[in-house]
Design a protein around this ligand. Sequence first.
Ligand code: JB2
Length: 209
Amino acid sequence: MTHQPPHPVVLIGGGGHALVVAEAIGHGAVLVGFYDDAPDARLAGAARVPCLGALREIPAALEPWYMLALGDLALRRRVLPSLAGARSFAITHRTAFVSENAKVGPGVFVGPHAVIHTFAKVGPHAIINTGAIIEHECEIGENAHVAPGAVLGGNVTVGPDTLVGLGSRVNPGVRIGRACVIGAGATVVRDVPDGVTVVGVPARPLSRR
Ligand code: JB2
């Protein structure tokens, strides 16, 4: 058996979400630093990981593999073009369940105790956060975030850049558009058009972006 040395990785972002991502990095990768506009971001303080520069200072030819570790979806979307020439890595926490029949894209973070069930598809750079459940045949768009404890029934579609909030529920077969926000604790029983925020039980539109 050949022994592969751990390869260097960096995080883009150094706040709360970066702390969660950093803790999930497994053997085979070594976290060498992060980029953030705040050099004293929590990853530097709490986890003693060095800040390598501001977000605008990410080198065009970034050598280490990277993961987006900012929680703000609009900010992640703005930073992505500066990483076009770099390689992203994905993380599945060791306690998560990901079906062998599921497809998980590059740069995806799957948190502790999350479930991605059979024939689900998860797009690049999505966040499937702590304890989220993505049931069979769901489709999650690029850079979407399914927050801790959210539950998606079978065949749900979530568009790119959409936040499915903490502890929310989405009925089977519901289609949620791009850049939507599902409020914490909402129960979504009908389709949500692009850019719409819904809250409550049953979920109703709050505003249009
Ligand atoms: O323009 C910016 C910006 N530029 C750099 N807006 C915002 N909001 N943040 C910016 N940053 C950097 O992102 C900040 O310097 C800071 O280090 C980091 C944000 O850290 P924070 O801990 O506030 O949030 P987060 O994005 O890491 O995590 C959020 O999202 C997660 C998914 C939190 O709400 C977490 O609780 C959540 N789990």
